[in-house]
Design a protein around this ligand. Structure first.
Ligand code: CMC
Length: 445
């Protein structure tokens, strides 16, 4: 945290010293500070704009709005670069475990051996949920979407730990972080077990984070479940690639909810709901549905590419396009390579992988996709790997949530520790009726 503050102060100081922008309004001209990030990203600081001119800025979808300064994740969408705390995603994906990456995101450094051992011990210790919570699962209909279960169960955790919700005690915040990262896995696995009518499986302290999750998902009391190291590695990779992505929709939701001082469980639960939508985390499930549909209808990829370009149709190529990447999503690049490797290692031949590759090839040569800079995103190949390791498509977005959790926590922690943080509260341009009188019921037409 001290390092983050130092970087921020340095950035502020240098930008204050040098650059400013002029905004010429009909009534007056305003000098606005320019803020420069460590990677030379520039922003015009408009925080005083309204108080000094009564103007606000209008930016639907926050396409062009920076909501915070952050030292966690760097993306260069034009060049296809993604780094967590300065470390390229490709290096983390090839060398680290998910727990190491979670630590890196949340605490700003890779853990040393002792720190990692302690983190692992704590994650094992806090994996169980209160036995009463197991009964919650009985209340959901059999076809309940696991994201609905996950968001409400995570929020419910806050009612079991009211004594640790106070932000003024760092040790309570750390305990909450550990509880969340550990229990989210238990809740996710239990929701799957409930949906298929199998008994819940508890964690085993001797297993790693990802091996434990697989065991809780797939082992049954009547037979030994052999954990395949290739599958563990694939899961680590997937979770690492999803672990943070700066100010995306769900992360911004976590920050916004947290800015009201809602507790961390509630803020994460809000983020899970935001992730659910098909334009965000729900896209991984939608990609597999789309590929299946293409396959069921004869495998004509060209037809679906044409449909995606047709402005009369609502169809979009799921897993394509990104708000920030105007180049190949570096996560998709890693996953494309891994999907082939993992499938062949596991001796699996998924026709949907062939279809995905064909679809990508056609789209990337098409002028519509070239002009609009639409490339495969992280969700395009992730579902194919999840399928190969036995995760059902209804659980794909839950897997995204599991991966994104450390990022949400890191961003929340950064926000609550930032002296410049404020209650998130955008403004609007009102376009409704001017003032008009109330009409009594008997006089209304
Ligand atoms: N298929 C066809 N056309 C597309 C697609 C697509 N997948 N994505 C964008 N476009 C077109 C869009 O119709 C628009 O065209 P026009 O300028 O003629 O109106 C133009 O490209 C710009 O699209 P936009 O929706 O204004 O851009 P955005 O930055 O708001 O959208 C997006 C980003 C991810 C919502 C969008 O690309 C999309 O809907 N993709 C499919 C869903 C998807 O894969 N989502 C996962 C995102 S990555 C994981 C995550 O971080 O959540």
């Amino acid at each position: 945290m001290a390092k983050e503050q130092a970087i921020k102060k340095k950035t502020e100081k240098s930008s204050r010293q040098t650059l400013s922008a002029q905004l010429v309004l009909p009534e007056k001209t305003l000098e606005l500070p320019i803020i420069v990030g460590t990677e030379n990203e520039k922003a015009v600081d408009i925080s005083k704009l309204r108080s000094e001119t009564s103007y606000i800025t209008l930016d639907n979808g926050f396409m062009n709005t920076g909501a915070c300064r952050s030292a966690i994740t760097y993306i260069d969408g034009e060049k296809g670069i993604l780094r967590y705390r300065g470390i390229p995603i490709e290096q983390l994906a090839g060398n680290a475990t998910f727990v190491e990456v979670a630590y890196l995101l949340i605490y700003g450094k890779l853990p040393n051996k002792d720190e990692l051992a302690l983190a692992r011990k704590l994650l094992s210790r806090h994996a169980m949920i209160h036995e009463d919570m197991k009964r919650f699962f009985d209340g959901y209909p059999a076809a309940a979407h696991p994201m609905a279960i996950l968001s409400s169960m995570i929020c419910s955790l806050s009612s079991y730990y009211p004594e640790t919700l106070d932000l003024s005690h760092p040790e309570d915040v750390n305990l909450t972080i550990i509880r969340l990262i550990s229990k989210v896995r238990t809740i996710a696995a239990f929701s799957y077990k409930k949906s298929i009518g199998q008994p819940f499986v508890y964690q085993q302290d001797k297993l790693s984070y990802c091996a434990n999750f697989l065991n809780m998902m797939f082992s049954i009391p009547t037979r030994e479940y052999l954990i395949d190291q290739d599958v563990v590695d694939a899961l680590n990779l997937l979770l690492i690639l999803h672990a943070d992505h700066e100010q995306n929709c769900s992360t911004s939701t976590v920050r916004l909810a947290g800015s009201s001082q809602a507790n961390l469980y509630a803020s994460i639960s809000a983020g899970i709901c935001a992730l659910w939508g098909p334009l965000h985390g729900g896209a991984n499930e939608a990609v597999i549905r789309m590929l299946q549909q293409i396959s069921d209808e004869g495998g004509n990829c060209k037809k679906f590419v044409a449909l995606a370009k047709d402005k009369q149709s609502k169809f979009r190529l799921m897993g394509f396009g990104h708000r920030v990447y105007k180049n190949y999503d570096p996560r998709a690049a890693v996953l494309k390579k891994s999907a082939k490797k993992i499938l062949s290692k596991m001796g699996k031949n998924d026709p949907l992988l062939m279809l995905a590759q064909e679809l990508e090839e056609i789209a990337l040569k098409d002028s519509y996709f070239i002009e609009k800079k639409l490339y495969p995103n992280v969700d395009f190949y992730s579902g194919i790997i999840y399928r190969a390791i036995g995760i059902p498509s209804s659980m794909f977005t839950v897997m995204f949530a599991l991966g994104r959790l450390p990022g949400w926590i890191a961003q929340w922690k950064e926000m609550v520790g930032d002296p410049d943080s404020k209650l998130g509260r955008p403004r609007q341009i009102y376009i409704g009726e001017k003032e008009r009188p109330f009409v009594p019921l008997e006089k209304r037409r």
